[in-house]
Design a protein. Structure first.
Length: 179
């Protein structure tokens, strides 16, 4: 026998309707709040590739600036890529990319902000993902063995579900890109 109280308290996927079909969440009655999400990811590469990117010696141009712009542009178009995302009037998107010789590679962090009825986690995740893909695209001619990984939500604030901070989250650029 099923326990109705247990079923009501169990977490559920919000993008499924009562029949289990994919459905856009109705946020009409949610309160508008300031919402922020910070996400991270990285691109591992050969040390020589990292040195070439940091020196600005790639045939396709400035990798870091191009990847930052691609991430920002992607965040603004997330609803066109993820079928059930709400279109949002983002108030801020920032993307920071830093070299990490221990990786070796580039660490990417993105922050998205909005005053809305729904969160901006997908926009920040999309910004990181596309920035990483852009780095790969711009340097693949010299290093096809690059890997993209570690894409995750570091922290979020706002909304009914409250604040979240990932375990061992060590955001180094959130304050900088939040300004």
């Amino acid at each position: 026998m099923s326990d109705p109280a247990k079923e009501a308290a169990a977490p559920r996927l919000t993008h499924l309707d009562a029949e289990g079909r994919a459905s856009m969440v109705d946020v009409t009655h949610k309160e508008v709040t300031d919402r922020i999400a910070v996400c991270e990811g990285h691109v591992r590469m050969e040390p020589e590739t990292l040195a070439m990117i940091m020196a600005g010696h790639t045939k396709k141009g400035d990798v870091l600036t191009t990847a930052r712009l691609a991430g920002i542009m992607a965040a603004k178009r997330t609803h066109e890529l993820i079928p059930l995302c709400h279109p949002l009037a983002l108030t801020k998107v920032g993307v920071e990319i830093v070299a990490d010789e221990d990786l070796p590679g580039l660490r990417v962090e993105a922050m998205a902000r909005v005053a809305s009825r729904t969160g901006v986690e997908m926009e920040a995740l999309t910004a990181v993902s596309v920035a990483c893909l852009t780095i790969y695209d711009m340097a693949k001619a010299v290093d096809r063995g690059m890997t993209i990984g570690g894409i995750r939500l570091l922290e979020k604030s706002g909304g009914a579900s409250g604040d979240f901070r990932a375990h061992e989250a060590g955001s180094t650029t959130a304050a900088k890109i939040g300004d």
